[in-house]
Design a protein around this ligand. Sequence first.
Ligand code: NAP
Length: 247
Amino acid sequence: MNLEGKVAVVTGGSRGIGRAICIRLASMGAYVYINYVSRPAAAEVTQKFIHEAGGKAEIIGFDVAESSEVQAAFKKIIADAGSVDILVNNAGITRDGLMARMKESDWEEVMNTNLKGSFLCAKAASRVMMKKKWGRIVNISSVSGVAGNPGQVNYSAAKAGLIGLTKSMAREYASRNITVNSVAPGYIETEMTELLDEKAQEQIKSEIPLATFGRTEDVAGAVAYLVSDDGRYITGQTLNVNGGMYM
Ligand code: NAP
């Protein structure tokens, strides 16, 4: 699974699942752009891991939900690195709460980062991919988007929207040899799951056939497969990485 010579952009690549994706793609030879929005120090840690392993990585801070920032960032990446071959739309936020009490701002922030941000980045990246007649786009959805989850109407809607974006983009871009897929993680050990108390963790694990949370590397492995040559004939799909929680 060699990505030598490919330029990859991973939004929200500074920590959590995004960090594991950056490390994995760099280990396959890709030149990785690590994106963050508010915590540059986390991006520096990711870059350090990659450099220490002999990989190549740059850091680029921008807000995926701001059109002007996205356009400027992709312009810079293309000017500096000459291309964007792989895009992983991973940046995501939650603003959980029951619908009856959910503020419009909670809806908008989640939609803007998770869904609009992915649209903006995919639009910017696909321009150069179309010219090169090669590209790989992976959108990080969620089990909440495929199965629904109480307390997450905003997040579920955004993540389900990403699956629709994936399928329509896959159809539009297939003739240019650009594949577009989603990966839908279940519960993955990150800062988010660490916040759950022990009782809540046990309750969730009892609903997972493999009876454990996933690791960030499990998601990175799925992304690596889809962007590699082994995944060349797969497009418009959603790969569930959830321990069997939804099937
Ligand atoms: P995380 O640890 O909270 O990290 C989120 C990343 O997104 C950070 O790098 C953050 O940058 C970045 N980010 C947030 N808003 C951004 C914006 N507007 N522009 C650019 N970057 C932004 O998240 P995670 O748990 O690894 O989740 C990664 C993805 O997987 C998300 O899309 C999430 O919805 C999805 N997912 C996670 C789980 C899970 O169990 N963790 C399950 C299913 C799906 P800063 O640190 O600079 O703010």
